[in-house]
Design a protein around this ligand. Structure first.
Ligand SMILES: [Zn+2]
Length: 220
């Protein structure tokens, strides 16, 4: 395709394609991750947590107010389109917090195939694929969810650790071996889910694991 045709096609698509701020739903420029007003409300620094097992997790936003509402629309109300705007913000914080680390793969927390059939998309995979594109790091599926468990947000305390135990399996141990991996999920709460994913990747002898999510639950 010549540059002229490519540009014409892009302009044509732009006519019918508007991007909305995930937090207030006003129309924004497609290269922005939020409207100016919402962007002003973002925390200046990423929230740092540690998933179970001690794996660092970077999250730009707290899971409350408009941020939580946006993530709920993204996850439960078919707004997978927010992935791009979320990933722009995540990538900026990932680059800042993990600047010295070179990731070989970006991967995501997988969904069980039955749950995927109902939702039609894995919100964590959408985030991971968009971050991979922005950060120019290959995306790969490294884990399968082999057992269906209860949703983590529906249960409390020690039960959460038990609930995720043994539900994930490595896709290809040979591929994972020796790699620096960034695991992406939508929300970190107690860090049991990311911790369990990291444990499986560690068992497959990957080199190093870091995590990132769009939101972090700051109250527990
Ligand atoms: Zn906004």
């Amino acid at each position: 395709m010549t540059d002229f045709i490519k540009k014409a096609k892009e302009n044509f698509t732009d006519l019918f394609y508007t991007v909305k701020c995930p937090y207030c739903r006003n129309v924004i420029d497609k290269n922005k991750y939020a409207c100016e007003k919402c962007a002003e409300s973002f925390p200046e620094f990423a929230i740092i947590n540690f998933a179970v097992g001690g794996y660092k997790c970077v999250s730009p936003l707290p899971y409350d107010g408009n941020f939580a509402s946006a993530v709920k629309r993204f996850k439960f109300y078919n707004q997978g389109v927010y992935a791009k705007q979320f990933a722009m913000l995540m990538s900026e914080r990932i680059a800042k917090e993990y600047g010295d680390k070179k990731f070989d793969i970006i991967t995501c927390v997988p969904m069980h195939k039955n749950a995927l059939k109902i939702r039609k998309y894995n919100q964590s995979e959408l985030l991971a694929r968009q971050c991979a594109e922005i950060l120019k790091i290959p995306y790969a599926d490294t884990l399968n969810k082999i057992k269906k468990n209860k949703a983590q947000h529906g249960i409390k305390g020690k039960e959460r650790a038990k609930n995720v135990k043994g539900v994930y399996k490595a896709v290809d141990k040979e591929y994972i071996k020796g790699k620096n991996i960034l695991i992406i999920d939508d929300i970190i709460t107690t860090g049991n889910t990311l911790g369990e994913c990291a444990r499986i990747l560690d068992k497959a002898e990957c080199k190093n694991i870091c995590c990132a999510t769009i939101c972090a639950v700051t109250y527990r």
